[in-house]
Design a protein around this ligand. Structure first.
Ligand SMILES: [Zn+2]
Length: 290
């Protein structure tokens, strides 16, 4: 269950006064996609309305109220931020490369350091997701704090999956061909979920896209090794299996190929994302292939 909670101006991570306004999407991602000084093109965020953003420090790119303290937002989370930047620059460079369409292989980012990079990368996502919870007046689960603070080695109560946005890849290559220009893309899915009779959230799901890659996640306390044997191995596995998706899928469904070259690695299906995220067989594969 995800409780309603008002942090009342305190940092969700350490409890100090929150005095740092966190970017909803990382500033470095904004710069990589849109550039440092977007001047020739108007940058628009489509939320409920369209807003013109002047540059990477625009207040429209940050949460309305501070939800983190400066220390947590800089020093404490620095290794996670660095890992995220490493992975995202790799993704951006490899955007149309075959290997990225099938898997996000952390060993290709750094052969020796891939384990800590993957862990810190996951921790960045846990921090990002926690900020979204806190800003929506929801309590960050204790299991997230334990993972961030190295009290637990297992990521519990959360599962994250990677998708390749074929639609964005096509728009990017068209934009390059036609205008010799980039097609910048950052996107956060709305948070959706299920409530019980007492109006408590039982589970929440959402996602974040950066260029051609989208990470989707489900928050539910049921996601622990006992219930889903293999989920720890999945989180520690050197790569994320990637599912190719196209939005809106309904229009292009018959154009989509189902790519699984070695037939061995399980894939999630986009349309049944939630069912797939709860599919025990998916995680069990990683236990057998540790
Ligand atoms: Zn703090």
């Amino acid at each position: 269950m995800i409780d309603n909670f008002n942090y009342n101006g305190n940092c969700w991570w350490c409890g100090s006064i929150a005095d740092s306004r966190e970017h909803k999407q990382k500033k470095s991602d904004f710069i990589r996609e849109f550039g440092r000084n977007p001047s020739n093109s108007t940058v628009i965020i489509k939320n409920e309305k369209e807003i013109i953003v002047q540059g990477p420090d625009s207040k429209h790119l940050k949460y309305e109220k501070p939800i983190l303290c400066k220390t947590c937002n800089s020093e404490t989370s620095q290794p996670f931020d660095l890992a995220w930047d490493k992975v995202l620059s790799y993704i951006s460079k490899e955007a149309n490369a075959e290997n990225l369409i099938h898997n996000l292989d952390f060993r290709l980012i750094n052969k020796i350091e891939y384990k800590p990079i993957k862990r810190n990368f996951l921790k960045y996502l846990v921090k990002h997701i926690s900020c979204r919870l806190a800003s929506n007046n929801l309590k960050v689960p204790i299991s997230f704090l334990n993972y961030l603070n190295d009290i637990s080695n297992s990521l519990e109560g959360l599962t994250i999956h990677a998708f390749y946005r074929a639609d964005i890849a096509v728009l990017k290559s068209l934009s390059k061909k036609l205008h010799n220009d980039k097609y910048p893309f950052l996107f956060s899915r709305p948070i959706n979920g299920f409530k019980n009779e007492d109006n408590d959230w039982l589970r929440l799901h959402s996602g974040i896209s950066i260029g051609i890659i989208e990470f989707r996640y489900v928050i539910d306390e049921i996601f622990i090794e006992n219930n889903f044997p293999g989920i720890n191995a999945y989180n520690e596995y050197p790569y994320f299996p990637i599912t190719k998706i196209w939005e809106p899928l309904s229009i292009f469904k018959d154009k989509m190929e189902i790519y699984n070259p070695d037939k061995k690695i399980p894939r999630l299906e986009d349309e049944q994302y939630l069912d797939s995220a709860y599919n025990k067989n998916f995680y069990e594969w990683f236990n057998k292939h540790k």
